[in-house]
Design a protein around this ligand. Structure first.
Ligand code: ADP
Length: 379
């Protein structure tokens, strides 16, 4: 279908544009947010189509088709860029006339336009006319700006959480230390009631310490520079279980670990994921049976899907999302801080994975998450 003139439909369209003015009308009004045609030899004259004016909120009938009409609407900095590109393009056709510029809408708002053009030259290569086209990219720019603002405020918040949790540790240490001193050194002078107060205060300080170190751990996930490499998840699970030895013995848990793969990630963070989920599987056990935990992995295209199933107390469906949020816990015992799963989710997300829970209350829970496969694994 490709003859000397390219595709037959392209050739046909070119003929049609020449013979039928309706086709040109359609192209210039439907395909672009503005078309302009400038007389370089007599630069006051410039024809702009209706779409050009409508994009900027002006009634096309009110316009004189003069170059100063657009030059007074474009941002002065961008006018400079456009004129510089115009000069360069006139001198050298291979220099593109293509830039993103800001126009002032009649309402005062900014319209972002990608403006492209080409010089029409005489037989000596001297530009006679400039033909140009506008594409309104304002909506793209708005999305870009709001994305940038959201990222900046998120970063600020993380920085804040990090600094706050870091700096709060010191005064809290002092409070705890003096409470301990009071308890040890002045115990004889204190009434039973006063000792009770101290014990409640000490417990509060401990809880705060746990919350703060959790918050610090959580905000550090982002602060740590990512050191991604091959991570043997089998070894990660083994080391997590070694760290959980006390809990393992105390709960009488039976843990069955299938063959586990190598993934691409940060070794310390991935071990943390296994450790937190395994610890929960032992902590939230049913009262009438020891924990029975199964760890497995299945390949799912470029990812590995891990599952850690327990036979514990289970989680009500309404809480399946909530448990992954920071400081959210369902358990009412004083120990936890509600940060473990928030940390886990954050790490999984930072590795490009997903995490969710499946559970039958009273029977057990299965935590599932995906991590990227390490590509050289089968090499
Ligand atoms: P924490 O363990 O410090 O309370 P987590 O973020 O690790 O915080 O867990 C949040 C909540 O999710 C827990 O308080 C608990 O109610 C629930 N949960 C987590 N894992 C399990 C599990 N394996 N079985 C039942 N409930 C769980």
């Amino acid at each position: 279908m490709l003859g000397d003139r390219g595709h037959y439909l392209e050739a046909e369209l070119q003929d049609l544009v020449r013979s039928d003015s309706g086709i040109f009308e359609f192209l210039q009004s439907a395909a672009l947010d503005g078309l302009w045609y400038w007389d370089v030899e007599d630069p006051e004259h410039e024809w702009m189509n209706d779409a050009f004016w409508l994009t900027f909120g002006h009634d096309p009938r009110s316009k004189q088709h003069r170059a100063d009409e657009w030059q007074s609407m474009i941002h002065p900095d961008d006018l400079e860029v456009a004129l510089r590109n115009f000069e360069a393009h006139c001198a050298d056709p291979s220099h593109p006339y293509d830039q993103i510029v800001r126009y002032r809408h009649k309402s005062g708002s900014t319209v972002w336009v990608r403006c492209r053009g080409m010089a029409i030259r005489d037989e000596h290569g001297r530009p006679k006319r400039m033909l140009g086209a506008h594409t309104d990219i304002t909506s793209l720019k708005i999305v870009e700006e709001s994305l940038r603002a959201a990222l900046a405020s998120n970063e600020e918040l993380e920085q804040f959480a990090y600094v706050a949790s870091h700096d709060l540790r010191e005064p809290l240490r002092t409070v705890s230390a003096y409470l301990d001193l009071l308890e040890v050194k002045c115990s004889d002078e204190l009434s039973e009631e006063a000792r009770g107060y101290i014990s409640v205060a000490t417990e509060g300080a401990r809880k705060m310490q746990r919350l703060i170190s959790g918050l610090l751990r959580y905000s550090r996930i982002a602060a740590v520079t990512e050191a991604k490499g091959a991570v043997d998840t089998q070894a990660a699970v083994e080391s997590a279980l070694a760290d959980l030895d006390a809990l393992l013995r105390e709960s009488g848990a039976e843990v069955e670990v299938a063959a586990l793969p190598v993934v691409l990630g940060d070794e310390v963070q991935i071990s943390q994921v296994f450790q937190n989920v395994l610890a929960n599987a032992m902590k939230f056990r049913a009262s009438d049976r020891p924990p029975c935990i199964r760890v497995r992995a299945e390949r799912d295209e470029t990812m590995w899907r891990f599952s850690i199933a327990d036979n514990g107390i289970g989680i009500e469906p309404h809480a399946h999302e909530r448990i992954f949020q920071i400081f959210q816990r369902l358990d009412t015992t004083p120990e936890g801080s509600g940060i473990g799963l928030a940390v886990v989710r954050r790490i999984v997300h930072r590795h490009g994975g997903r995490i969710w829970v499946e559970s039958v209350p009273g029977q057990g829970s299965t935590f599932c998450f995906t991590l990227p496969a390490h590509e050289e694994e089968h090499a």
